[in-house]
Write a protein that binds this ligand. Structure first.
Ligand code: SF4
Ligand code: SF4
Length: 571
């Protein structure tokens, strides 16, 4: 007998669950149009790989993951893509989002690429995670975190894999119906997930108000001989289905405030995720449908197996709801769900419940602002908080827009369970204030990040311009040097060399001139030779002398003639 633990706070709520469990799960009608948001998960949006006019088949990849933390999107049925455009979706911001819109052809024809894995335990765990990633599986309890990432233990040893079948919010019964009708498939999916994580043991936690589901699981665990799986009933207290609360109840361990269950050797997945893993590995089917509870003011509350992308209004009408009398529709439960602003928004991978006109009974619903009264400091909100926070302090500081203080009071540990809202005698919509404060802080952080990025870009640009300027100057310098301008270092060197050569040549010439060099053929002459030379010299001397005398006589004659001529002309 496993010992169970308690978490702080929590509340007991009226269940409102029976109506939707009268009938077995039925397959919802094929809608005329499917609207598939590119963002149905935590992380980057998927990127469309089809265009308007493309024919698609059921299960065909139509959008690939936008980053490592993302998930692909597949066509939920066969038909024609008519647009990739903004469309109303379920989001607290009430903003539209990009969606792939498909007109179905009524044939619901599967594509031919379905590839089941025959013996998954013969593949390495990372291959199993790849198959799960390619099937587009995300956390189906509402969080929408890509399942293949949560199934990667990284450097951790996983002691316990917990399957969350608590489903503690009022009205929602899709997980319970899944466990009743598909217990074997869920167990197979759990085994595959255990293999991917290499976890030592598994626990399936089911609230003790789900006797049929508990029995079905126990029977399948026995039949399959999976002695490493325990099926445990946990007390029906809201919010036992919260991940941290269920881990606390089943193991006694506390997940660190800013940590992950993996930090304490635990991983927790929803039962719907296990079923999707079974279909991906054993049948080769991507995630194209899920179980959805339609409850509240409809003639036939029930659970349906719904194609992802089916408009909410189609399902409400299928269950006998009248769109003319709708005043409020919530996706999810009354405690943590999101009010829809447009009922043409589609069912996504994380939609577990459509709650129609749910102003019933004792369940607090979003938007009670009109009835809010001043806080009387009773402290009931703090007593009920499963995280052991001080909601009234958070409220005061959120109202005062003191966003540093709300963080000091651990605003981001708040799981928005709504317990404080539920017990507040002043009917203060506390969770609204907490969501508002979170959104403001995220906006401020985003703006700061954008400003930081802009500043970094500006600084980088300045540095780049400065570097370009330096490089340009350097290039110019080199060019000038290449042109060898006067006075440059290279020229000076060359001129020095030339001067040295000239000086050497001058020295050599002076040396030659200073030396008495006699003609080599005038030495050791015979007397006859000497005589001939003397005779030649004498002739030359004589010749030179007569030439000079002739010149002198000529000049004198010329002078006399000029004198006579002058006297004749001047008697
Ligand atoms: S429960 Fe409501 S009234 Fe009481 S302390 Fe909290 S916020 Fe104030
Ligand atoms: S909504 Fe937040 S503050 Fe309120 S009870 Fe839940 S966890 Fe605590």
């Amino acid at each position: 007998m496993r010992r169970l633990f308690q978490f702080h706070g929590g509340v007991h709520l009226k269940e409102h669950k029976k109506d939707a469990m009268v009938q077995p799960v039925q397959i919802a009608h094929l809608p005329k149009q499917l609207v598939l948001p590119l963002q149905q998960h935590i992380g980057a949006p998927a990127e469309a790989i089809v265009a308007a006019g493309d024919k698609v088949l059921k299960g065909q990849l139509i959008a690939r993951p936008g980053s490592n933390i993302s998930a692909p999107v597949h066509a939920s049925s066969s038909g024609t893509v008519i647009a990739i455009a903004e469309h109303p979706v379920s989001h607290p911001s009430h903003l539209d989002a990009p969606c792939i819109i498909i007109d179905t052809d009524g044939e619901d024809r599967w594509h031919t690429d379905r590839q089941p894995v025959d013996n998954y335990h013969e593949l390495p765990p990372e291959k199993i995670r790849e198959h799960i990633r390619d099937a587009g599986i995300v956390g189906m309890g509402g969080a929408g975190f890509p399942a293949h990432i949560k199934l990667n233990p990284a450097d951790h040893v996983v002691d316990t894999l917990i399957l969350n079948g608590a489903e503690c919010e009022p009205y929602i019964t899709c997980d319970e119906m899944l466990l009743r009708e598909r217990a074997l498939e869920v167990i197979v999916g759990l085994r595959i997930m255990r293999y991917a994580l290499q976890a030592k043991r598994c626990i399936i936690g089911v609230e003790n108000n789900k006797a049929a589901a508990f029995r079905a699981l126990q029977e399948q665990v026995r039949n399959t001989g999976a002695d490493f799986i325990e099926v445990i009933q946990v007390p029906t207290v809201y919010p036992t289905g919260g991940e941290k609360q269920l881990i606390r109840v089943l193991t006694g361990k506390e997940v660190p405030a800013s940590g992950l269950p993996l930090n304490i050797g635990v991983v927790c997945h929803n039962v719907g995720t296990a079923y999707a893993v079974y279909r991906a590995i054993e049948l080769g089917e991507p995630l194209v449908s899920r179980y959805v509870t339609v409850a509240g003011s409809v003639a036939h509350a029930r659970n349906l197996e719904v194609l992802i992308g089916t408009p909410v209004i189609d399902l409400i009408e299928e269950c006998g709801g009248n769109h003319n009398t709708l005043s409020r529709v919530i996706l999810g439960g009354p405690m943590m769900g999101t009010a829809l602003h447009n009922i043409t928004a589609p069912v996504t991978k994380t939609t577990n419940c459509i709650l129609v006109n749910s102003t019933v009974g004792d369940v607090p619903l979003p938007s009670r602002d009109n009835h809010a009264m001043p806080c009387i400091r009773c402290g009931d909100c703090a007593i009920s908080c499963p995280i052991d926070l001080l909601p009234q302090q958070l409220y005061w500081y959120a109202r005062a827009k003191d966003f540093d203080k709300v963080q000091d009071y651990h605003l981001f540990d708040c799981i928005e369970c709504g317990c404080c809202d539920y017990v507040c005698p002043s009917q203060i919509p506390l969770v609204h204030y907490f969501r508002y404060a979170k959104t403001e802080i995220w906006t401020q952080q985003r703006e700061k990040t954008q400003a930081d990025i802009a500043r970094e870009r500006h600084e980088f640009r300045e540095q780049r311009l400065e570097r370009d300027k330096r490089e340009k100057q350097e290039r110019h310098k080199k060019k000038r040097a290449a042109l060898k301008p006067a006075g440059s270092a290279a020229n000076k060197e060359e001129e020095t060399k030339k001067a040295a050569i000239q000086a050497a040549m001058d020295r050599a010439r002076a040396k030659r001139e200073s030396q008495q060099i006699e003609p080599k053929n005038t030495r050791d002459l015979t007397p006859e030779q000497q005589q001939k030379i003397d005779e030649a010299d004498a002739r030359r001397a004589k010749s030179n002398s007569s030439t000079v005398n002739a010149r002198i006589n000529g000049a004198m004659d010329k002078q006399d003639a000029q004198q006579d001529l002058f006297q004749d002309n001047n008697p």
